[in-house]
Design a protein around this ligand. Sequence first.
Ligand code: ACO
Length: 343
Amino acid sequence: MPSGCPRSGRKPHERRGLSNMIRSVVRGFGAALPKRVMTNRDMEDVVDTSDEWIVQRTGIRQRYIAGEGETTSSLGEAAARAALDRAGLTPADIDLIICATSTPDNTFPATAVNIQSRLGMHHGFAFDVQAVCTGFVYAVTTADAYIRGGLAKRVLVIGAETFSRILDWNDRTTCVLFGDGAGAIVLEAAEGEGTTADRGVLTAHLRSDGSHKEKLYVDGGPSTTGTVGKLRMEGREVFKYAVGMITDVIQAAFDATGTTPDDLDWLVPHQANRRIIDGSAKKLHIAPEKVVVTVDLHGNTSAASIPLALATAAGDGRIKEGDLVMLEAMGGGFTWGAALLRW
Ligand code: ACO
């Protein structure tokens, strides 16, 4: 363990309260959805299902499906431009783009690099993060590490997906659950006091366990089949683990900061299933009115679901500057994680 701060020579605990802690603060947010809405009734024309079954088991009422010309990078670009506009910034102000996605435009280059090009940026650097539905929490955590490490000052963090293109549209157990879309935030370096009163990312906790791969995966890839493949899921198995994993990692974020569910203003969960969201909030005694739910509108958009939910709740004035916000997700791998931030 290092005994002091290499730059200042101070012991880590002496940095508290000296206004010298770098925080990653949200400057702007944005979202983008495909043009086409597909309701549960529309889904009844595709597979043997019903609006009643889908709503009762998942809470989903509709999802957006990408059409011709709409791709992960086009949706990501639109969300990024909206976030920049809201922040009063331009691409020239950004030095890093991180895109969380499991449905890249191409195997390579990274979708983040495609978005960089679409934004007309020739400076800085860009890369993708792949942690399936936990991708946005991983991307926020990565951006925060780059910012606090002094490697970037303003980061565009994007979650963008076109899951409709890896669905088996003959499999009613999966195709009704997912949708397409993108969300983005701009994180900016700012001085903090090193306390939980600071704005910005306060703590983040990431986990993975690859032994669960067979429960949720895509059955193709460049190095195995040479094809893109389709999503496969043992839904009941995923459900069995979800609440336990999600609540563990949220509790880790509370413990690391000495905060409690009472201090929280908003829980912004990954939007996979209403029952998982409600079960997790109940287990942690987080009041239902503090939980942002958009799964009814968007379905499960994987890495895009949290930034879409953030843009929805910040856009309609629910999430305000200074609010304490918990992000959490669980997804294929398994991967799971939580990040606590002050908006
Ligand atoms: N419409 C009608 N009936 C259906 C459908 C459908 N779309 N899908 C399955 N059924 C049937 C099944 O065939 C089964 O019929 P049977 O009893 O005659 O065999 C019955 O409904 C019950 O099936 P279950 O799989 O037991 O249904 P369950 O209550 O578990 O709900 C669901 C399924 C919604 C997938 C649930 O297990 C779930 O939400 N799991 C978690 C999945 C999830 O959240 N994944 C995402 C997390 S990770 C990520 O985001 C990538």
